[in-house]
Design a protein around this ligand. Structure first.
Ligand code: GLN
Length: 259
């Protein structure tokens, strides 16, 4: 009887081992998860749909297309813009996709993909403000910006400016509307989208686009995914998928200089 039990037990263990082995194989075949971090108050690049709270926008479509190329399942997490790079370094997310401009400082802290969109900064003021025509006119004035952005950096370079930083761009635009500041410094395509979506009733763009900036996806230094994402981006630009996504969000064909 004892012997029988022993045999039975070893058989069961064997079955368990085989079962586990099979299980492992199965997970290897399932798409791996690509953990994406974003700050979703940056329409039309990333924002949340009103009712479903789904993450939508140009960046979201692009990273989902990249995920498809890499056979990875994209999962998006909402976090503060200034929390994205720390989250990459802590390994909490694999990639930050947040209209993040490629800058030398960021390239020191993280890996950045090849550029996928050419952008630039602009100034937004209230419609009734005729005193501000450019950056120089903002000296000593109040400027609202999002924390950790290139817009915040630009505002900080204006002599005597009183810079107010906010966690979200929703708060930034609200502060302008409430006349808590004289101006906002933000990415031009985001300012334009804001105006089209109703902001034009109270606000307007002024001045020339300040220096060009290109958006890149950020990854932890040395991540093996950087090269894979670059390859996927280049494939999507070649196979027309990038153009489709561009047209969906910007309503026109992607000019070569925007890619
Ligand atoms: N492009 C700007 C930056 O990289 C702003 C990005 C954002 O607010 N999401 O700082």
């Amino acid at each position: 009887m004892k012997k029988f039990l022993l045999v039975l037990m070893s058989l069961m263990m064997l079955a368990l081992a085989v079962g586990c082995g099979g299980g492992e194989k199965k997970t290897a075949e399932q798409p791996k998860v690509l953990k994406v971090g974003t700050e979703p108050t940056f329409a039309p690049f990333e924002f949340q749909e009103k009712d479903s709270k789904d993450f939508v926008g140009f960046d979201m479509d692009l990273i989902r297309a990249v995920g498809k190329q890499l056979n990875m399942k994209v999962e998006v997490q909402n976090m503060g813009f200034d929390a994205l790079i720390p989250a990459l370094n802590a390994g909490n997310i694999d990639v930050a996709v947040a209209g993040m401009s490629i800058t030398p400082d960021r390239q020191k802290a993280v890996d950045m993909s090849d550029p996928y969109y050419v952008s630039g900064l602009t100034i937004v003021v209230n419609k009734d403000n005729n005193a501000v025509k450019g950056l120089k006119d903002l000296e000593g004035k109040g400027i609202a910006v999002q924390i950790g952005t290139t817009g915040a950096e630009k505002a900080g370079s204006v002599k005597g400016a009183k810079v107010k930083t906010f966690n979200t761009n929703a708060e930034v635009f609200l502060e302008l509307k409430n006349k808590g500041v004289d101006a906002v410094i933000i990415d031009k395509p985001v300012a334009e989208y804001y105006l089209v979506k109703g902001g034009k009733d109270t606000a307007k763009l002024v001045g020339e686009t300040m220096e060009a900036e290109s958006y890149g996806m950020s990854l932890k230094k040395g991540s093996p995914l950087t090269a894979q994402i670059n390859k996927a981006l280049s494939d999507l630009k070649k196979n027309g998928e990038y153009d489709k996504i561009y047209e969906k969000w910007f309503g026109s064909k992607a000019p070569a200089e925007k890619k």
